[in-house]
Design a protein around this ligand. Structure first.
Ligand code: C5P
Length: 223
C-alpha cells in the first residue's frame, strides 16, 4: 500500500501576530515546516510529500524542503478545505492508496503515530490522532459562564489525519469547503473514522508561546 502526505502550509497564520506565517518561523535553525516534513518521513512509511502553499510561495517552499522526497509545491485556496482539495486533485494524477493530511504548523509527530494510523485504516476509511480533553469545559458568552459541558467522550483532534485516498477525494469533491479538518468530511458522509492515541507534544503552533513549548520539547528529546 502506498502512502503519500499532504503538507498543509497555505495559511496566513494571522493569529500568531508575527510578520511571517508560522510555518516559516525558525525553530532550532530550520523552518517549522521543514521539521514537520521530516517528522512525516521519519519512520519511512510515507512515500512522498506534496506541499500545499500560498500561491507565490512555491519556490521558497521547494528550497526549504530540498533533499527530501517532496513533489513540486501546489498552490492552496482561501480555506483549509480548499487547500486540501487542491492537493488531493494534484495527487489524483498518480494516486497513492493512502494519504496523510498534516498541518505544517505541527512540527512534532510522536513516535508510533503514523504506524497506528496506517494500521487503523485496515478497518476504517479514516483515522485521526486525538487527545482526550483534560480540562473542565465551559460554554460562555459576554464574559460569563452559560453552562459546564461534560468532557466525557470529548477529544482534541490532531494531525496527521489518515485516509484511504479515494474516500477522502470523494468526500472533498462533495463537501461545501467549510470543514476545519478532514475527518469531518467523512463523518458528514456517514463513514467511520478511527481514533488513535495522540500526544501532548503534537502542538499546533498558533500563539507565540507554542513555539517556546515546541523548542522545550525538542531540547528535552536531545538530552
Ligand atoms: O489556520 P489553522 O491553524 O487551522 O491552519 C491549519 C493548517 O492548515 C496550517 O498548517 C495552515 O498553513 C493550513 N492552511 C492551508 N490553507 C488555508 C488555511 C490553512 O493550507 N487556506
Amino acid at each position: 500500500m502506498t502512502m503519500d502526505a499532504l503538507l498543509m502550509a497555505a495559511g496566513s497564520g494571522t493569529r500568531f501576530g508575527a510578520p511571517e506565517p508560522k510555518q516559516y518561523l525558525p525553530l532550532r535553525g530550520r523552518a517549522v515546516l521543514r521539521h514537520s516534513a521530516e517528522a512525516l518521513l521519519r519512520d519511512g512509511l510515507v512515500r512522498r510529500i506534496l506541499p500545499v502553499v500560498a500561491p507565490g510561495e512555491e519556490r521558497r517552499v521547494a528550497a526549504l524542503l530540498a533533499g527530501l522526497p517532496a513533489m513540486p509545491p501546489v498552490g492552496g485556496g482561501a480555506t483549509r478545505a480548499a487547500s486540501v482539495r487542491a492537493g488531493l486533485e494534484a495527487l489524483a494524477a498518480d494516486p497513492p492508496d493512502l494519504v496523510l493530511v498534516h498541518d505544517a504548523a505541527r512540527p512534532v509527530i510522536p513516535d508510533g503515530t503514523i504506524a497506528a494510523l496506517r494500521a487503523a485504516l485496515a478497518d476504517a476509511p479514516g483515522a485521526i490522532p486525538a487527545q482526550p480533553v483534560s480540562d473542565t469545559l465551559k460554554r460562555g458568552a459576554a464574559g460569563h459562564i452559560l453552562e459546564t459541558v461534560p468532557r466525557e467522550g470529548l477529544f482534541r483532534a490532531q494531525t496527521p489525519q489518515a485516509f484511504r485516498f479515494d474516500a477522502l477525494l470523494a468526500a472533498h469533491r462533495t463537501g461545501d469547503g467549510s470543514a476545519t479538518d478532514d475527518a469531518a468530511l467523512l463523518e458528514a458522509a456517514g463513514l467511520p473514522v478511527a481514533l488513535v492515541p495522540g500526544g501532548e507534544a503534537n502542538i499546533k503552533i498558533t500563539w507565540p508561546e507554542d513555539l517556546a513549548r515546541v523548542e522545550a520539547h525538542l531540547a528535552a528529546c536531545l538530552i
